[in-house]
Design a protein around this ligand. Structure first.
Ligand SMILES: *Cc1c(COP(=O)(O)O)cnc(C)c1O
Length: 459
């Protein structure tokens, strides 16, 4: 018979996690003001809040920590990271930063002026934050199909070249410091961008003389989808595909907490030496000297090792098949989610589950709380709490989609955990008709309210 699939690693260190009772969870979530961010991690059994910095490092990465060179300037660890970035990603120049948003800060402090336009495919929230904070505009040019959760297409994260070209035509290139292509497209559900799309976007950038920046947090997962879904790439290695992807880019920003499988770290890399030099000042001012940025030597070592491991097919296959496994379980139970399953997470379509909860009472948040109460599983709301209020009218914004994101940390949980997650969701799904009230806000910050918002049950 055909052999079943199994993980391409074995486990040599474990961390105990603790189950809890429903009574305990009812008390804890109330104390947390019904905000999942306020829970202590010990109050959570399976933590799917994020896949950022929550993965398990390998034995080789831990060994690299011991080899870290903590010299202030010119450390061996810096050169290890530099060589790896050149070899695997094809960039000659880079600046280390403490995480992805810091790379954005260094780059955009140099590039963006008020009134600039940065077209992209659903900019990541911190990216958008850094753009809008500088009074520039993040213009979304994602393909329309991304908004239909039930549509199965292989590259749902793509940028729409026609939408992009309209923007590039309308504004002078001096107003467009970069086009931002995010791979994979997190906001659209961890959906990949095809090589053909990267090529088309790059050709448009060249035609109009603007930079192409790839926001690269999950570039390796994107390469896996290109290999398994795009014609002509099935026989290429992940490393060959990654090289080609970045051959079209001028700049990359990286949150290494994702596909470089470290707990902290990031960088911004350049093809152009001049731009690298211009960005150095902001790196020194905000992060640290240019050969360590915001990172320790040992962390740069672990990051370099992680880039190498993270671009191996067996690792990626194990990771993405686990997400698919969870998706298949939800299919079995008829639970709707953004299709097809993404690279790093399942996004449950909360509006299709909790049909009786009014949108004013935060549907995806309500589903997140129900899942926590059911089994101590923590996801995160991607819905109207996150969408925040309109900056002018101060009215709540209600996005088309109310999603509960279940992000799967790398190399951390087993498929037994996936079974528990799916069963817990099924139990909530089975009693969905009885859930007809959600939550109301009692306290919130004027921006980025989702992290600290306080809620109470609606009556
Ligand atoms: C996580 C992420 C960032 C920000 O990185 P941090 O390390 O969290 O600061 C930027 N862009 C994308 C696509 C991300 O996934």
């Amino acid at each position: 018979m055909e052999l079943p699939f199994a993980e391409s690693f074995r486990i040599k260190m474990v961390e105990t996690i603790r189950k809890s009772t429903r009574e305990e969870r009812e008390k804890w979530i109330k104390e947390a003001k019904y905000n999942l961010f306020n829970l202590k991690s010990d109050q959570v059994f399976i933590d799917l809040l994020t896949d950022s910095g929550t993965g398990a490092m390998s034995d080789k990465q831990w060994a690299e920590l011991m080899l870290g060179d903590e010299s202030y300037a010119g450390a061996r660890s810096y050169y290890k990271m530099k060589n790896t970035i050149r070899e695997i990603l094809g960039f000659d120049y880079f600046l280390p930063t403490h995480q992805g948003r810091a790379a954005e800060n260094v780059l955009y402090s140099t590039l963006i002026k008020e009134g600039d336009i940065l077209p992209g495919n659903s900019h990541f929230d911190t990216t958008k934050g850094h753009i809008e904070f500088r009074k520039a505009i993040a213009l979304d040019c994602t393909i329309d199909e991304a908004a239909d959760t039930q549509l199965e297409i292989p590259f749902k994260g793509n940028m729409d070249p026609a939408k992009l070209e309209a923007v590039l035509k309308k504004y002078p290139k001096e107003k467009i410091p970069a086009v931002v292509l995010t791979v994979t497209n997190n906001t659209a559900g961890g959906q990949p961008v095809s090589m053909q799309n990267i090529r088309e976007v790059s050709a448009l950038c060249k035609k109009y003389g603007v930079n192409l920046q790839i926001d690269s947090a999950r570039f390796a997962e994107n390469a896996y989808f290109i290999k398994t879904r795009e014609k002509g790439y099935e026989h290429k290695t992940i490393k060959e595909i990654v090289k080609e992807m970045f051959s079209y880019a001028d700049i990359m920003t990286m949150s290494s907490k994702k596909d470089a499988i470290v707990n902290m770290g990031g960088f911004v890399a350049f093809k152009n030496e001049e731009l690298w030099k211009k960005c150095q000042m902001f790196c020194i001012m905000n992060e640290g000297f240019i050969t360590y940025g915001g990172m320790s030597g040992r962390d740069m070592n672990a990051l370099a090792q992680g880039l190498d491991e993270g671009t191996e097919f067996e690792y990626l296959e194990t990771r993405i098949r686990q997400v698919e496994y969870l998706g298949a379980k939800l299919d079995e139970y008829g639970i709707p989610y953004q299709r097809p399953a993404g690279g790093h997470a399942i996004f449950v379509d909360a509006k299709k589950v909790l049909t009786h909860v009014p949108k004013e009472e935060f549907i995806a948040q309500t589903l997140g709380i129900e899942l926590y109460l059911e089994a101590g599983i923590r996801g995160v709301e991607i819905g109207s709490i996150l969408a925040d209020r309109d900056p002018v009218t101060r009215e709540n914004r209600y996005p088309k989609l109310e999603l509960l994101r279940l992000a799967i940390p790398r190399r951390t949980y087993t498929n037994n955990h996936m079974d528990v997650i799916a069963a817990a969701l099924k139990n909530v799904f089975d009693r969905r008709e009885q859930i007809d009230r959600g939550y109301v806000i009692t306290k919130e910050f004027p921006i980025m309210r989702h992290f600290t918002v306080e809620l109470e049950p609606a009556q």
